[in-house]
Ligand binder design. Sequence first.
Ligand code: SF4
Ligand code: ZN
Length: 418
Amino acid sequence: VKIKIVDIPVPITIGPAFEGETIRKKDAWVEFGGGRSTSFELVRMVGVDEVEDGKIEVIGPEIDEMPEGSVFPLGFMIDIYGRKMQEDFEGVLERRIHYNLNYGEGLWHVAQRNMMWVRIGKNAHAAGFKIRDFGEILIAKFKSDFPAIIDRVQVTIITDKDVIEDKIKIAIEKYATRDARLKDLTDDVETYYSCLLCQSFAPNHVCVVSPERLGLCGAVSWLDAKASNEINPLGPNQPIEKGECLDAEKGQWKNLNDFIYANSHNTVEAVNFYTLMEYPMTSCGCFEAIMAILPMCNGVMITTREHGGDTPCGMTFSALAGTCGGGMQTPGFMGLGRRYITSKKFIKADGGLARLVWMPKELKEFLGQDLIDAAVDQGLGADFVDKIADETVGTTEDEILPFLEEKQHPALTLDPMM
Ligand code: SF4
Ligand code: ZN
């Protein structure tokens, strides 16, 4: 990512040096989202008359009304008008919120959409940072990074707990429309897209995004990568013709391997798209969820960034992230976007959804009907979801195995994983 230095009227320093900065809970003045409160971020294309260029509005409390250590809701609505703007660009621009806010000293942003999780550090609060300054950063960065497509931009920031419950509906509808556009596309297309955005902190990490497998951050779909390449042909998302298929079952293609090898600085020689067990895709650090093998259960488990608790593989999300992040390829472990779980291509070579034996309750609820539909689609029946254990059943393999046996979970009768 090329960073242009722009003058932004905020009391903190903005620069790539702060991108990797983590703000721990004890160092946060206030935090938003991450399962603790409602949050969302939305970039919308609007008509020329629907936006007042440069306008920032805060609906709800400013930071002066937020006590130390408090939790508030947070919504960003970014309205953009541009003669060359397209609806397809919304998701791409929305992902930039993550990068742009993380450039702020004392600001921390993870995840995306209505999973967004933000902290303002005590240092930023002491420097005089205001909620409204989020708007200053976003407007300045959007205008300087995308002058060709953005003519006018305004930002509405919501911290009011009633207003946000209303506005988030607009966002959720938008996300659903975007996801629906992807539903008719399959991995049979000839061209996949790379994403190298995370190389700024995981230098050998390469995501390759296909129609049925979004980037592990959950924020870059194949359509987003395609749109991003249209906006910036020399940018982080490059089209790659798959070329010769080396393994149809596991999902390995010659040209993808070559691209990944070259762009991982000759560290990753091959990637299989549809298995966890051999040459899985590398994981940077911003995956929404992580999958791990459970040998005793002959299946896999998935835990999420939002789920802080223990899991049957013996590690929490952060312990898993520490073991498998940074752009490494670790067979048996892999970062993934939440919505990849309901894809027809979800670890297809390992048996697909039938392998999934444990996930947090919240993730089941998040995927909802899509998970049931995917189970039916894969011939597992609508009651398959009830056969997947969660933290209320147990957090060790010993605890969940009797449940899986009782429910006759299909993983138990599949071929051995190892
Ligand atoms: Fe791109 Fe992958 Fe990083 Fe998402 S996780 S921004 S797809 S490199
Ligand atoms: Zn990443």
